[in-house]
Ligand binder design. Structure first.
Ligand code: 5AD
Ligand code: FES
Length: 354
C-alpha cells in the first residue's frame, strides 16, 4: 500500500483500480499514518503551517430545494426560517472586518427573495465598504447570466459542492426536479466566468461506497477546482434520512488527505461538520492537509436556525469568541492563523479590483 501512496504523492494521480485498492486498504493504521504524513508534507511544501480564515455569514434559511439530507429543505415544516437584510449582512461583515477577516462567505438556501439585483447590491456594498476583501458566494444553482452578474458586481469566489459525483447516488439524494448534469454545468460555468471555484462532497451518505468516492476524487482531479469542501454527512431529525448512519471522522480525513495529494495547491477547509462529529475533528482535518477554516459571523440570534444537520457546533458563540476559539485550536495543533485573503496560488492579483 505504501507504494501506492508514494505514487499518489509523487504523481498527484492514481487510476481507478489503484484508487479503489487504496481506499479498500487504508483503514490499517500503518497505511493511514503513512497517507496522513504524505498529505501533511505536501501541505507544508505549498502552504507551510498557514491556515486561512474565512468569515461565514449564513444569511437565509429559506430554501426552495428539497435535498433529502438537508435540514433546511423546503418540505421541512419544522425548520425555522429567517432572512438577513442587506444592512444586517453588512453589519456581520463589519464585525468580521474588525476581527481581521479579509474574506466573507455569504451562504444561504436557494431563496428567490434574493433576486439578482439584491445579490448584486449586497456584493457591491461589501466590496465598497471593505476594500481589498474577497467575497465568496454560496447560494446554489443559478443561470450563467446570474453568475456573470454577481461576478461583474465583484464576487470573487463561488462554492457549490457537487455533493456526489455518482449520478445514481445523486438521484437518490435529490428530488426529480434537480439534475446532476445541471449541477456539473453550473460548476463549469463558474470556472468559465473566472471565479475561484469550490466543489466538494459529503462522506457517509446512505449507500455511498468506495467506488462512489473514487468517482468524487476523479471528478475533482478533472475539474481542478480552487477549493474543495468535504464534510461528513450528519443526519437531521426532520428529514427522510433521519435514521441513516452518517459519515465518520476517519473517512472524512482520508478524503481530505487524498484530495491534498491529488490537488497539492487546493484550498481545503476543515469543516464545521467535521468539528461537530468530534470535538477535535477540525484539528484532525488540519493534520490531514486541510488549510482553511470558516468561523461563523452570523448574528447569534439566527445561528440555530441554519440547521443543515443535527448538533451543529458554534451556534451559541459570538463572532469574537469563535475567532479566539479557532485561533487557539489552530496554534495548539501546530499551525498558524493567516488573516490574508488567501487566494489560490494560481490566482493573479490583477484579476481583482480593489
Ligand atoms: N450533513 C452534512 N452536511 C450537509 N450539507 C447539507 N446537509 C447536510 C447534512 N445533513 C452540506 C451540503 C451543502 C453544504 C452547504 O452543507 O454538502 O452543500
Ligand atoms: Fe437547500 Fe438542498 S435543501 S440546497
Amino acid at each position: 500500500m505504501k507504494k501506492l501512496i508514494e505514487k499518489l504523492y509523487r504523481e498527484n494521480y492514481l487510476n481507478t483500480d489503484d484508487m479503489l485498492t487504496l481506499l479498500d486498504n487504508i483503514y490499517d493504521p500503518g497505511n493511514m499514518n503513512y497517507l496522513l504524513a504524505r498529505a501533511h508534507e505536501t501541505r507544508m511544501e505549498h502552504y507551510h503551517t498557514k491556515v486561512f480564515m474565512r468569515g461565514l455569514v449564513e444569511f437565509t434559511s429559506y430554501c426552495k430545494r428539497d435535498c433529502l439530507y438537508c435540514g433546511i429543505r423546503a418540505s421541512n415544516r419544522k425548520a425555522e426560517r429567517y432572512r438577513l437584510s442587506s444592512s444586517e449582512i453588512l453589519e456581520a461583515c463589519a464585525e468580521g472586518y474588525e476581527l481581521g477577516y479579509k474574506t466573507f462567505v455569504l451562504q444561504g438556501g436557494e431563496d428567490d427573495y434574493y433576486t439578482d439585483d439584491r445579490v448584486v447590491e449586497i456584493v457591491g456594498k461589501i466590496k465598497e465598504r471593505f476594500p481589498g476583501c474577497a467575497v465568496t458566494l454560496s447560494i446554489g444553482e443559478k443561470s450563467f447570466e446570474s453568475y456573470k452578474k454577481y461576478y461583474d458586481a465583484g464576487a470573487d469566489r463561488y462554492l457549490l459542492r457537487h455533493e456526489t459525483a455518482s449520478r445514481t447516488l445523486y438521484n437518490k439524494l435529490h428530488p426529480k426536479t434537480m439534475s446532476f448534469d445541471n449541477r456539473i454545468q453550473c460548476l463549469k460555468n463558474l470556472k468559465e466566468i473566472g471565479y475561484q471555484v469550490g466543489a466538494g462532497f459529503m462522506v457517509g451518505l446512505p449507500g455511498q461506497t468506495n467506488e462512489d468516492y473514487v468517482m468524487d476524487l476523479h471528478f475533482l482531479k478533472e475539474l481542478q477546482p480552487h477549493m474543495v469542501g468535504i464534510g461528513p454527512f450528519i443526519p437531521h431529525k426532520d428529514t427522510p434520512f433521519a435514521a441513516e448512519g452518517g459519515g465518520t471522522v476517519e473517512t472524512t480525513i482520508v478524503m481530505l488527505a487524498i484530495v491534498r495529494l491529488l490537488l497539492p495547491e487546493v484550498l481545503l477547509p476543515a469543516t464545521t461538520a467535521l468539528g461537530t462529529l468530534d470535538p477535535m475533528g477540525r484539528e484532525k482535518g488540519l493534520k490531514a492537509g486541510a488549510n482553511v477554516v470558516m468561523p461563523n459571523l452570523s448574528p447569534v440570534e439566527v445561528r440555530k436556525k441554519y440547521a443543515l444537520y443535527d448538533g451543529k457546533i458554534c451556534t451559541g458563540d459570538e463572532a469574537a469568541e469563535c475567532r479566539k476559539c479557532i485561533e487557539g485550536r489552530i496554534t495548539n495543533a501546530g499551525f498558524s492563523v493567516d488573516m490574508s485573503r488567501g487566494d489560490h496560488k494560481t490566482w493573479r492579483s490583477e484579476q481583482y479590483v480593489y
